[in-house]
Ligand binder design. Structure first.
Ligand SMILES: Nc1nc2c(ncn2[C@@H]2O[C@H](COP(=O)(O)OP(=O)(O)OP(=O)(O)O)[C@@H](O)[C@H]2O)c(=O)[nH]1
Length: 382
């Protein structure tokens, strides 16, 4: 599958982030624009509802005034108290809300005005007049009370309903934002994983490109790369070539030849230990890079290689001079760098050739002197 271009992935993220951000802003705007005014409206209407309490108190005062005036006989003190209660009731009744919204308010207030005048003038009051003057305002106030109570209930119910609806919308908005956030995270995670996978695959590919598939050790390119990476360092190069490997293959077949190559790679690696890096140069030739303190140390490694192979006593039925597998080893010290390596390789190869020419199954280290060569230190072989 061809991965989407980078800019398109980024565009996807950007789009998601913008969506989440816009939705969040809309949610905040919604809260500010609709929910808060709704609350404000509720409380301002609730403020008007005190009208219900005023009507109740006013009605109570009228009731008390009626009780005093209906008690017989009514003396001056009773008339004063009744007048006082009437005044209190009047002041609570005479408000804009009642005047504007209830048609019974004005006639009731007029009846109370008349009654106050009669009380002040000391005119006698008949029970029938009293009923007419006080009962209709009391009825009006009762009506106002009931209406105000109804209004409060309906406003409260509407407010509760609105609040529930807004909460639902805010909840849905939050869920959408959460889902978008999850999608954003998921896209990011997917991209991170695919980037990791690509890096891992590149590393594996690079490792494969630098290793020999048959034996698993490094190949010629890896040797070259390692030499250049250690530029300027004194190093030892050991070349190991199996003797009469063609005959081994011809006699036992290529699969057994492959097995021997793998076996020898393991044996060389074990013998030289961690300080050495092993490569297969192709065919039946191996190379090892190792720190080169001096030629004697290198000679010690070569000696050990030949000895270990003899001890392993791997059967070679087609070897003209030995019942077991043998190899020839040539080695040289060099200063890492392109020119130094070329010189070192040539010297080690010549040493190997001399071993082959001398009857194989042995080793030789080329003698060297250090010279400087166009920035690279180069060991010149004698
Ligand atoms: N089994 C196997 N054989 C290989 C492989 N690569 C190369 N060869 C064989 O290795 C043999 C190398 O032969 P030569 O270069 O003549 O070397 P030799 O027979 O060891 O002779 P001397 O080095 O002179 O002792 C050839 O027969 C190649 O076919 C491989 O990957 N597996």
């Amino acid at each position: 599958m061809i991965p989407a271009p980078r800019w398109r992935r980024h565009l996807g993220w950007l789009w998601l982030s913008l969506m989440s951000f816009t939705l969040l802003m809309l949610l905040i705007a919604y809260q500010t624009r609709w929910v808060y005014p709704e609350i404000h409206a509720y409380f301002s209407q609730a403020g008007n509802l005190t009208g219900q309490q005023l009507a109740t108190r006013s009605r109570d005062y009228l009731q008390e005034s009626l009780d005093i005036l209906l008690a017989s006989p009514v003396d001056d003190d009773g008339r004063d108290r009744a007048h006082f209660h009437l005044e209190l009731a009047y002041s609570l009744f005479d408000i804009g809300l009642y005047r504007n919204e209830y048609s019974c308010t004005r006639p009731s207030l007029a009846a109370l005005d008349e009654l106050k005048v009669k009380l002040r003038s000391g005119e006698s009051l008949l029970p029938g007049d009293l009923r007419h003057s006080l009962l209709s305002p009391i009825r009006c106030l009762t009506e106002i009370e009931m209406h105000q109570l109804d209004r409060r209930s309906s406003v409260t119910a509407a407010f509760v309903e609105d609040t529930r609806r807004h909460q639902g919308q805010v909840l849905i908005g939050s869920v959408v934002i959460f889902v978008l956030g999850l999608a954003f995270w998921w896209m990011h995670e997917r991209h991170r994983r695919s980037a990791e996978r690509a890096t891992r695959e590149s590393l594996e590919w690079m490792a494969r490109a630098l290793s020999d598939p048959l034996t698993g050790v490094g190949n010629r390119s890896a040797l070259h790369q390692d030499v250049l990476a250690s530029k300027g360092q004194p190093m030892g190069l050991i070349l190991i070539d199996i003797d009469f490997f063609k005959q081994y293959n011809d006699h036992l077949g290529h699969p057994d030849g492959d097995k021997l190559l793998r076996h020898l790679a393991h044996l060389i690696d074990e013998t030289l230990g961690r300080q050495a890096r092993l490569y297969r140069m192709g065919g039946d030739e191996f190379a090892a890079l190792i720190d080169c303190v001096d030629d004697d140390v290198l000679a010690g490694h070569c000696e050990r290689l030949v000895k270990e192979l003899r001890e392993a006593a791997l059967e070679h039925p087609a070897h003209p001079g030995s019942p077991t597998v043998t190899f020839s080893v040539g080695a040289a010290c060099f200063i890492a760098g392109q020119a130094g390596f070329d010189a070192g390789y040539a010297a080690a190869d010549q040493a190997l050739y001399r071993v082959k020419a001398g009857g194989r199954d042995g080793w030789q280290v080329a003698e060297a002197k250090v010279v400087a060569d166009s920035g690279d230190l180069k060991l010149e072989r004698s």
